[in-house]
Design a protein. Structure first.
Length: 523
């Protein structure tokens, strides 16, 4: 099957065989992807001149209703997407996060229409009184940027990664070109086809590149926005593109990071908090086979609890069934492809130089279905780093799979320091019932994290977990995590709007904005 690109209002199939995509479970060929023949400059211009004007004519309320209808439309077809998702190596639970989690972003941003109102622009903040007699005032107006959002996405969430971004730019009134990671783009294409078939999105508002998008950044202009999700090294390379610098194009980077989870000093073995901790770590290791930008890579444990954690976690991992996600009882699927398997294996070897493997499921890995030789399967590997302040590879090297390192700490200040040694992370979590410990850790670690989850008995049942960013809250992080920020409810929308200070008389600004300003003399 040749994957199609959607460009300038047409489905385009390239006859040039650029990249073959394989089923992560059995190694069978799934599709062929190529972008040969696409004119990226023309695509960008089409978005700006056709999609942009159509979206900007719609009010926030109308755009929100569009997203709601689209979410409902896609949800009716979700079982078709689950069937395709299997080939990425994902279990049903993994795919639920990706597919229905993506729909959740559409629903969330649809609901924001009530906060923005039935207007094509919005005002932000309060009126500024600039004169003694209130004849001269100021305000801030936010209008959609008149460019295109170029989304360069990661392979691990081919649906959520697309929908969590386009939900925001479409609601803001800005068109987008979606570039999924090619290795899993066959799932993105399946969902994208239904989006176009729905007829709910204006022509030119969305375009898709399944093959390579090398060269597209050569055509960006100052009204455009570029977002990237993926490895820190690739993100840094893109961030330095001269065109981004010349045109002052906003570049939002969300990079994989060495996230950590901390067991509180009070959460001793035998307490419910210890059990919550083990369950959370296990879930982060096996979900998507550890292929999440938010996955727990570093596990920080009070030094006198290390052996208990090791035993409890190993026992739980040993009972985890690996194999074909279509079969009953399978809890963990495969990595996205052979290339990922090779990379993860190489990173494990690098980490093993400075720390000890205490659990290695690879040699005795028994699959329930799937092909051990042709598929991209790997079993969990757990390290112990007894000296994490001196052996620092675990704070620098990330194996993007079911791989984590346990490290001991003495005091909560030690845990904070270890957490910060990741040089910037998307998320950290701490399991504790002690508010003093929670406060100390949160305040001490917040500057180096985009999100912190404080988990205890009160919220454990309803918590979405360490690894799940929510559309209502910001997703991103400082330093290694990319320094970017996306989603966040209303905050995310403003990334696609131009904020402009406007000044004048209350009467004039009332007429310009169609919003009452105190002191206006219109009756």
């Amino acid at each position: 099957m040749n994957l199609k690109n959607y460009a300038c209002g047409e489905w385009v199939t390239s006859t040039e065989k650029t990249q073959t995509l394989y089923n992560a479970i059995n190694g069978d060929e799934v599709a062929v992807a190529s972008s040969a023949g696409l004119d990226f400059a023309l695509m960008c211009n089409y978005a700006r001149t056709v999609g942009g004007p159509a979206l900007r004519k719609m009010t926030f309320f109308e755009r929100g209703l569009m997203l709601k209808k689209l979410a409902l439309y896609l949800n009716e077809r979700k079982e078709d997407f689950y069937k395709v998702s299997w080939a990425t190596g994902a279990t049903r639970a993994d795919s639920w996060v990706d597919i229905e989690g993506g729909f959740g972003n559409l629903f969330t941003y649809a609901s924001l229409r009530r906060q923005f109102g039935n207007e094509t622009f919005c005002l932000e903040g309060d009126v500024a009184k600039l004169s003694k007699n209130n004849t001269f005032i100021g305000h801030h107006i936010c209008v959609p940027k008149e460019g295109v959002a170029i989304h360069i996405n990661a392979f691990n969430f081919p649906v959520w990664g697309m929908l969590e971004k386009i939900a925001v730019n479409l609601f803001a009134g800005v068109p987008a070109i979606v570039k999924p990671a090619t290795i899993t783009s066959f799932l993105t294409e399946a969902v994208f086809k239904e989006i176009i078939a729905s007829g709910l999105v204006p022509e030119g508002a969305l375009q898709l590149i399944c093959g390579s998008a090398n060269g597209i950044l050569d055509h960006v202009i100052n009204q455009d926005i570029v977002t990237f999700t993926g490895s820190a090294s690739t993100g840094m390379m893109l961030k330095k593109h001269p065109r981004l610098l010349e045109e002052s194009v906003p570049f939002n980077m969300e990079a994989d990071s060495l996230n950590c989870c901390v067991l509180g000093l009070d959460a001793a073995p035998g307490t419910p908090y210890f059990d919550i901790f083990i369950k959370e770590i296990h879930r982060e290791i096996v979900t998507k086979a550890g292929q999440k930008c938010t996955a727990v890579r570093r596990v920080m444990v009070p030094e006198n609890f290390v052996e208990d954690v090791q035993l409890a976690l190993s026992k739980r991992l040993q009972s985890t069934t690996i194999g074909d996600p279509q079969l009953d009882g399978v809890r963990m699927g495969a990595l996205a492809g052979k290339a990922q398997l090779k990379e993860v294996t190489e990173k494990i070897a690098k980490l093993a130089v400075s720390q000890q493997i205490i659990y290695d499921g690879r040699d005795a890995m028994q699959l329930t279905g799937g092909d051990k030789n042709k598929g991209a399967f790997i079993a969990p590997v757990i390290f112990l780093n007894a000296n994490p302040f001196t052996n620092i590879d675990c704070h620098n090297i990330e194996a993007f799979g079911p791989i984590s390192t346990i490290m001991p700490y003495k005091t909560i200040d030690d845990a904070i320091q270890l957490a910060r040694m990741g040089k910037g992370s998307l998320v950290s979590s701490i399991i504790t019932s002690d508010a003093k410990i929670a406060r100390a850790y949160t305040i001490g670690a917040a500057c180096m994290h985009g999100r912190i989850l404080i988990l205890n008995n009160d919220c454990a049942k309803e918590s979405t977990g360490h690894g799940s960013p929510m559309p209502h809250l910001v997703h991103g992080g400082p330093g290694r995590a990319g320094g970017g920020e996306e989603m966040g409810g209303k905050r995310g929308v403003f990334h696609y709007l131009q904020r402009t200070a406007i000044q004048g008389s209350p009467t004039m600004l009332t007429q310009v904005t169609n919003t009452y300003m105190q002191g206006q003399n219109i009756f």
